[in-house]
Design a binder for this molecule. Structure first.
Ligand code: CMC
Length: 472
């Protein structure tokens, strides 16, 4: 197994990181042997060899610390901005093979889950490790629906935001505020207490998301309807009593489409927001502030905010004949083709294929979003262009998801909130796994200090004037 080409990346990275060092792995021809063995690092400064144990195709970074020129030195660090080749944990939740375009949750291919499961079934799978039996699913669904109301004061809290507040800002703040409503959540050592928080968060996020939307449109907050499914209740809370209320026969199709999108977004191993979840949880913070921090990380346009950015980009391009001009800017490094490229996928994102099919289903009951033609033409041109071929840049999930959401009637600012609804199950699954991990420690990376050496204090009147941009 070589998730995302980790072995070959490590080989290249090792030379860059450990300048002056040479390493050799147990090798069979050109192939590195993947079973456990030893990686011997030779320090050319001292001539010493350091045999490091290989486990799961990785070495323990702490073992590098023994590499030093004299005993008083701190020891060797690995330097990895953006954590491009650093595993921060072991995990049994999601498996990605970025080179082959494979994604599995708990071993099940994403294609099968997206086609055959409801979102709550997948949330159960992520949180508990197994697909629920019929009876377990019934209990889980009942539990989730029964916790979907929020305290009246949450509504008052939300009322404090301006009508045009960005929905992600409101979501991040409101989820953090839940921490004050559920002080019992601080008892993170108790597994049963943690499970109570899983239910609360999975069930309340769509309610908060729907209220964010209703507030932006000036509509009152409706109560959840427990008799409906998770996604159909979300549709009810969004549009009940508004001019957008879908016809009864369309609710099932829209609900199924939302379920599929939530499933596709539910987990993606150690991405920026999930790593943030684990990072904040490592200080034993409660799950509400952890989820709020993860949602804040998701907000950025390079992560979950990309679906909103895709729509802004399509609006800017406007029509097919302006694509070549836009592509020139992308290739000159002046712009990014949003919704393209991925840290892990160097092949077609398997989720993007499924999203294309969801688009066709949704367009059968909504007006066809004309932006889909523009996006498909952009994709066609990009996939034939050397710039994208050489860098292995393919459409990711966010290239098409925003177009579907817009056809359903959401404004682009809501897109990342919809992403967050699905991802909550994944964040919580990682929280649960991390809390039970015997190797759990507070996350505290090291740095390579490149600043000033020791210097003496200069009194304020003796300091030299300098141009503003010289500071730092
Ligand atoms: N458009 C144009 N060039 C790109 C793009 C893009 N979307 N993505 C990467 N590149 C180029 C980049 O300029 C660099 O070229 P060079 O080697 O000449 O400097 C090369 O490809 C490698 O890019 P990188 O920035 O080093 O790659 P990364 O792994 O650090 O970044 C990424 C991954 C997703 C942030 C990036 O591909 C990107 O900015 N994409 C657009 C934003 C986007 O769609 N994000 C959603 C990701 S999927 C949803 C999620 O899981 O969050």
């Amino acid at each position: 197994m070589d998730p995302g080409g980790a072995i070959s990346n490590f080989r290249q990275g090792a030379f860059g990181i450990l300048d002056g060092l040479r390493w050799s792995g147990a090798q069979r021809g050109e192939e590195t042997v993947l079973e456990d063995g030893k990686l011997t690092i030779n320090d050319s400064r001292t001539g010493k060899d350091y045999p490091l144990r290989i486990q799961n195709s990785s070495i323990r970074a702490i073992e590098l610390r023994q590499i030093r020129q004299d005993p008083d030195e701190f020891g060797m660090l690995s330097y990895d901005p953006g954590y491009t080749n650093t595993a921060s944990c072991t995990s049994r939740i999601a498996y990605i093979d970025g080179a082959k375009g494979i994604l599995r949750y708990r071993g099940y291919p994403i294609e099968q889950l997206a086609e055959r499961c409801s979102y709550t079934e997948v949330a159960h799978l992520l949180l508990n490790g197994e697909l629920p039996t019929r009876h377990e699913l019934e209990i889980w669904n009942q539990d989730v629906m029964a916790h979907s109301r929020v305290h009246e004061n949450v509504k008052k809290f939300m009322d404090g935001f301006l009508y045009d507040a960005h929905p992600m800002g409101v979501l991040v703040s409101t989820v953090a505020a839940l921490s004050t409503f559920y002080p019992d959540a601080k008892n993170i050592e108790s597994r049963s207490n943690r499970k109570r928080q899983h239910v609360r968060l999975v069930s309340k996020i769509p309610t908060i998301a729907a209220y964010v939307y209703r507030k932006s449109q000036g509509y009152p907050y409706p109560e959840p309807n427990w008799d409906l499914s998770y996604s159909e209740n979300f549709i009810h809370m969004l549009w009940n009593g508004t001019r957008r209320e879908p016809r009864a026969e369309h609710v099932k199709i829209l609900g199924r489409a939302l379920d599929t999108l939530f499933i596709l977004h539910a987990d993606h191993e150690q991405n920026c927001s999930t790593s943030t979840m684990r990072q904040v949880a490592s200080s034993d913070a409660d799950p509400y502030v952890c989820v709020s921090s993860a949602a804040a990380a998701l907000y950025g346009p390079l992560h979950g905010g990309a679906n909103e950015a895709v729509l802004t980009m399509l609006d800017r391009i406007g029509s097919k004949h302006r694509i070549p001009e836009f592509m020139e800017k992308v290739k000159a490094g002046e712009q990014r083709l949003m919704g393209f490229g991925h840290r892990v996928y160097k092949n077609y994102d398997p989720r993007a294929r499924i999203v294309r099919n969801v688009a066709d289903q949704v367009f059968e009951i909504t007006d066809r979003n004309p932006k889909i033609e523009l996006a498909m033409e952009l994709e066609r041109i990009a996939l034939e262009d050397d710039y994208f071929i050489k860098r292995k840049l393919y459409p990711n999930i966010d290239f098409y998801s925003g177009i579907i959401y817009e056809a359903m009637g959401f404004r682009p600012e809501m897109f990342t909130v919809l992403f967050a609804i699905g991802r909550v199950a994944g964040w919580l699954a990682h929280w649960e796994e991390f809390m039970a991990d015997p190797e759990k420690r507070i996350a505290r990376p090291r740095q390579v200090y490149t600043g000033q050496d020791k210097r003496d204090f200069v009194p304020i009147d003796e300091r030299l004037e300098r141009a503003q941009d010289e500071v730092l």
